[in-house]
Design a protein. Structure first.
Length: 176
């Protein structure tokens, strides 16, 4: 009987590192006892052998060694533009699986992103949408009521709403 230690497809030690007692070493199993686990680290079997081509010798003594890798798989990570990163997903042609050092394009703390200043065109578009859906109906209602009642329109609600929209979407450094 022999003791083996199971690896995942990335050669990371699976489970709590306890050996299995078997008669024959299986695929992705190592005979070399791993060192003690460390906090926030995983153990990886470092070898140049391929477990398919070198199936008989893979995982035997002197065919590789155990190394510690940082384990960031349970850490919240952010891209430099402030978005939450999901492990193993593509971000501008690169990805990270949470093992080893955190790459330069990721961070553990969410970056403070300066709000983008809107262009005059964007502000005008926001105002126009707000006028269409918020203030214009008030003006039309005032004019309709005045027409039906044969009075002057009361634009008080409409003027207040227009002022509110202008304050919500101010134009930069310029008089209106």
């Amino acid at each position: 009987m022999i003791s083996t230690y199971a690896l995942d497809e990335n050669f990371i030690l699976m489970g709590d590192g306890l050996p299995r007692t078997v008669q024959v070493k299986g695929h992705l199993e190592v005979l070399v006892k791993p060192p003690k686990k460390k906090k926030n680290k995983v153990l990886k079997w470092e070898t140049e052998l391929c477990p398919l081509v070198n199936a008989k010798t893979f995982g035997e003594a002197d065919t590789g060694s155990w190394i510690y890798l940082e384990d960031n798989r349970s850490v919240d990570l952010y891209t430099l533009d402030g978005n939450t990163y999901t492990l193993d997903t593509d971000h501008e042609g690169q990805s990270y699986n949470g093992l080893g050092p955190i790459p330069d394009w990721l961070t553990k703390t969410k970056p403070e992103i300066e709000p983008k200043e809107s262009t005059i065109e964007e502000i005008h578009a926001l105002r126009q949408a707000a006028y269409t859906y918020e203030s214009d109906p008030l003006k039309l209602e005032a004019e309709y009521d005045a027409l039906i009642n044969n009075t002057e329109p009361d634009y008080t609600a409409w003027i207040a709403k227009v002022q509110e929209i202008k304050e919500r979407y101010p134009l930069p450094n310029r008089d209106e």
